[in-house]
Design a protein around this ligand. Structure first.
Ligand SMILES: [Zn+2]
Length: 447
């Protein structure tokens, strides 16, 4: 097995593939990437000729170095049931497969499962994950502690529900105040921890299970902490109908969150599939961010996002696994589901006139666009000097249909293989700030 650098500083020789700010790409068949002792990229470019080459370098060829993947939407307690319950509608699936797991996600379960979950995300190439925990303060705290020691970059929040809650022990008159107080305490403890590697997201589940007060007060708390605010939007027709019944004064689903003062650049809305033209316009105007979860949307037959139209409207969109409604943690698998979704829309005559979304576009959506959605595009998401070294190393030979030592050379072809033939073991190593994460085989024997 190719030895991988364990921590900064280091220099590696590899193929480099990365989106760059401004829409261009770094594509070096024979490249050099250097990371300083502080975990920042100091150099990313062509392998230098002659005396300029560094004295000490690990040769990772033919591995491909890319920015780590950003998963904008996942549910930690749900992971054990990934892949179960396809074909059920959203509300039935939640009752049968999801709420029992979340109800049982106490501190001891989180202490056992969360470290395994973060290793699994890293093994899939995810170096930044935005996750919902369960309703419980103590297990959310345990999930943060697990992320802190694992090394992954994480945004996590305690789920908030003051309607249809699976917490049957609490006095209904206490739910709102308790949930706000516990979320506030968690944000005080974890938002910005480890120099910004960990962040808090206030996490009202969705409008069906939250009162207008809970939405409004959680948004106010998020603003006070400078934290994120995440929820679900417009995933399923049944859900949309229920929201219009519960909030008869709202113009549409998005307006429920708008009236709560919850829309802004720190807002992450998962799904957002069935938006009206007014909602698209208002979402873009408000600068809220969208987590596109096509694998989940296919699994639960929720719908197909008109991504081309959203992008043309200027919406900031990244990708989410939505595990466990999404059956796989891999953002590469999400890219494939997204590409299939867009093909089907084209077959139905609903493709966007700007043309197909290419494999390299999907790689950008899963890396730099995800970082942009979190306001972290000056920090991660690209192999550029000055950014923090959140990286993955991929063995592209594993994407070949037959055993081969000749991975595709054109960047388009390489990206197409990564999107359409992702191999479960192709991510060989993952780093955050240059520190090797447990999970991929590069560190299978450690931690
Ligand atoms: Zn979700």
């Amino acid at each position: 097995m190719t030895p991988m650098p364990q921590g900064p500083p280091f220099a590696v020789r590899a193929r480099l593939l990365s989106p760059l700010a401004g829409g261009t790409w770094l594509d070096e068949l024979d490249g050099l990437l250097e990371v300083d002792a502080g975990g920042r990229i100091t150099r990313a470019g062509a392998w230098p000729s002659g005396a300029e080459a560094p004295a000490s370098v690990l040769d990772l060829r033919p591995h491909v170095l890319m920015p780590g993947l950003v998963d904008l939407h996942a549910h930690l307690p749900q992971i054990p049931n990934a892949g179960l319950g396809s074909g059920l509608d959203l509300m039935t699936w939640l009752d049968r497969y999801i709420f029992p797991l979340e109800r049982d996600y106490d501190r001891s379960v989180a202490e056992r499962q969360a470290p395994l979950a973060f290793r699994a995300f890293a093994a899939a190439g995810t170096t930044t994950v935005v996750a919902y925990a369960a309703l419980w303060e103590d297990s959310t705290d345990a999930a943060f502690a697990a992320a802190e020691s694992h090394g992954i970059r994480a945004v996590i929040g305690k789920v908030m529900m003051d309607r249809l809650s699976y917490d049957t022990d609490i006095d209904p008159g206490q739910i709102l105040e308790t949930s706000l107080r516990q979320s506030d305490a968690l944000a005080s403890r974890w938002h910005g921890a480890d120099d910004g590697r960990l962040s808090y997201a206030f996490t009202p589940r969705f409008a069906v299970s939250c009162s207008a007060e809970m939405l409004r007060e959680s948004a106010a708390l998020a603003a006070r902490h400078g934290a994120y605010w995440q929820t679900h939007l417009s995933e399923d027709h049944g859900e949309i109908g229920e929201v219009s019944r519960l909030f008869p004064d709202a113009r549409d689903y998005l307006d429920v969150y708008d009236r709560a003062g919850a829309l802004g650049a720190r807002t992450i809305l998962a799904h957002a599939i069935h938006l009206s033209p007014r909602e698209i316009e208002r979402l873009v105007e408000s600068d809220a961010r969208v987590a596109h979860c096509p694998a989940s949307n296919l699994f639960l037959s929720s719908g197909m996002m008109p991504l081309g139209a959203y992008r043309a409207a200027g919406m900031t969109v990244g990708l989410g696994s939505d595990v466990a409604a999404g059956p796989e943690l891999s953002i590469f698998s999400v890219m494939r589901a997204g590409a299939v979704t867009q093909r089907v829309l084209e077959l139905m005559g609903r493709g966007h006139p700007d043309g197909a979304i290419r494999p390299l576009d999907w790689i950008r959506l899963g890396t730099l666009d995800g970082a942009r959605a979190l306001g972290l595009d000056g920090t991660i998401g690209s192999l550029e000097p000055g950014l923090e070294a959140d990286l993955i190393a991929i063995d592209p030979r594993l994407t070949s249909p037959l055993p081969s030592d000749d991975p595709p050379e054109p960047a388009d072809d390489l990206a197409s293989r990564l999107v359409f033939r992702p191999h479960p073991n192709m991510v060989r190593a993952a780093w955050v700030r240059g520190r090797l994460l447990a999970g991929p085989p590069g560190r299978a024997m450690i931690g």
